[in-house]
Design a protein around this ligand. Structure first.
Ligand code: GUN
Ligand code: FE
Length: 482
């Protein structure tokens, strides 16, 4: 028996930002390398055979015995697992602090003193282990991390992600500007560059193909850097343009047009540029591999350049409405209407309060409603399909991983969640209870399944995620069927 397995039941995933696909009575087979090898919708065993006996002929291995788990319909279904496109791992232990502060005050008073603690590698290991465990438990199987500025702690974050098997981009946060960073939490330009190289080399040494962990260039934001460090980071991007295959280089991430206080300070410090897009473009850090967190206050120019250069956007509605500068909300409807679809969700960690992408989905819905009202209806609210897309396939596109994860396609990795919306029960395998909207007689029809999916998106939490897989490997199991 190899490690292949199969599930039979309902699969739900995104096709496009506005469309989900519900695949019913579907057989999905995962091969021993964790890849989806077959998807057969509306699959019925023939000639009175059992499901198990039907699989061998289907995969041209008549004698193969692959275990098949049947999902209950409509209360259980599979979805692609979540992608967190913007999260600060060191802030995991300060979430919720400093609510209401404007961004630069919040960084000075709360965040920098906290992140400075990651000089202590024991502390780093402890917090990062908890951060990654909690991510996996909540269905986040890919995360795009900012570390602290410390090279040793950032290498520990790489190791923890690899050990625990959470796919990750890991960046050493670069901060070398003596005008904007306190003395106790900044480095010299040379240290920034050498440390970034060291993290890149470490990632490549421990995971050569980058299946689980890859590095990401991480200028915290322009004002925390100097023109010299931005120039060097741009050079590193070019130097590693094909690090993971042709055109698959090392991506970059930053905080982009997040708050008025930040934008004003940026354009004052970098007087030669009239928008942030031009600034990062000048330094070679604004292209298809850029992950731009926030984008709440985009000028027309910024938006046009994001589209033109095919950048990815990490929408972080929790932090945008709690710290930073009052109530901010990225113009997601405007971007989608403009054809910009590389948009994912970020929890942001400290800037927000929740490390749950389910919360991020609902907050995205809420800030979308606010934008509809504030624009007198011009920017139509977001649909459930769109927030689910951002949590899954959209996030994969932002991180340029859509050929590997984000939806259910033959050849992609089985990074998935088993959602259970059953009413509470107690049986031989244990007790299940959660706080989701109860079932109300929904049938197995497409409408019934859709209602249960809506209930999950709006009222579910980590308890409803009974299983979490990364590349076919079980990372959480509260069901105990396999
Ligand atoms: N801008 C620069 N650093 C940060 C950070 O840590 N969080 C948020 N939300 N914005 C930032
Ligand atoms: Fe952030």
């Amino acid at each position: 028996m190899d490690g292949s397995f199969a599930y039979y039941g309902t699969l739900i995933h995104s096709h496009s930002p506005s469309q989900i696909e519900i695949l019913d009575d579907t057989l999905v087979i995962v091969d021993d390398r964790g890849k989806i090898s077959h998807i057969s919708p509306q699959f019925q065993p023939r000639d009175g055979r059992s499901l198990e006996d039907s699989i061998g002929p289907l995969i041209d291995r008549p004698d193969a015995r692959i275990p098949v788990v049947r999902l209950q319909s409509p209360s259980q279904f599979l979805v692609p697992s979540f992608i967190d496109t913007h999260v600060h791992a060191p802030q995991f232990s300060m979430r919720g602090l400093g609510q209401g502060l404007h961004i630069l005050d919040w960084l000075d008073q709360i965040t920098f003193p906290h992140e400075a603690k990651f000089r202590d590698t024991d502390y780093a290991r402890q917090v990062y282990a908890r951060c990654v465990d909690m991510g996996l438990r909540q269905g986040v199987t890919t995360a795009c991390y900012f570390g602290s500025l410390h090279t040793p702690a950032t290498k520990i974050l790489v190791d923890v992600c690899l050990e625990k098997g959470q796919r990750a981009f890991v960046g050493k946060t670069c901060m070398d500007n003596p005008e904007t960073n306190p003395e106790y939490y900044r480095e010299d330009t040379a240290e920034v560059v050498a440390g970034t190289r060291e993290v890149i080399e470490h990632c490549r040494a421990v995971d050569g193909k980058g299946d689980i962990v890859r590095p990401i260039l991480t200028p915290r934001f322009a004002i925390s850097c100097t023109p010299e460090s931005l120039t060097e980071l741009g050079k590193l991007a070019r130097e590693h343009e094909h690090a993971y295959g042709v055109g698959q280089g090392i991506p970059n991430q930053t905080h982009f047009c997040e708050a008025q206080q930040e934008i004003d300070a940026t354009l004052k410090q970098y007087r030669n540029f009239s928008c942030e897009a031009d600034l990062y473009t000048h330094y070679g850090l604004f292209d298809h591999s850029s992950v731009l967190a926030h984008c709440t206050l985009l000028s027309e120019d910024d938006q046009a350049k994001i589209k033109q250069r095919n950048c990815g956007i990490a929408h972080c509605p929790a932090s945008n409405t709690t710290v930073g500068g009052g109530f901010m909300a990225a113009p997601i409807r405007k971007l989608l209407a403009d054809g910009v679809t590389k948009i994912g969700l970020g929890t942001d960690s400290g800037g927000g309060f929740s490390c749950s992408i389910m919360d991020a989905m609902r907050l995205a819905l809420i800030v979308g409603n606010a934008r509809e009202m504030l624009s007198a209806g011009k920017e139509e609210r977001l649909k459930l399909e769109e927030i689910f897309y951002m949590a899954t396939l959209g996030g994969a596109k932002v991180l340029r991983m859509e050929d590997r994860v984000g939806s259910f396609e033959v050849g992609k990795q089985f990074d998935a969640l088993l959602v259970d919306m059953s009413d509470p029960y107690h049986n031989a395998s244990g007790r299940f209870d959660a706080v989701h909207t109860m079932m109300d007689g929904e049938s197995q029809s497409a409408d019934g399944i859709r209602s249960v999916w809506e209930k999950w998106v709006m009222s579910g939490d980590d308890r409803n995620l009974r299983k979490v897989w990364v590349g076919g490997k079980v990372k959480k199991d509260t069901l105990g069927d396999r």
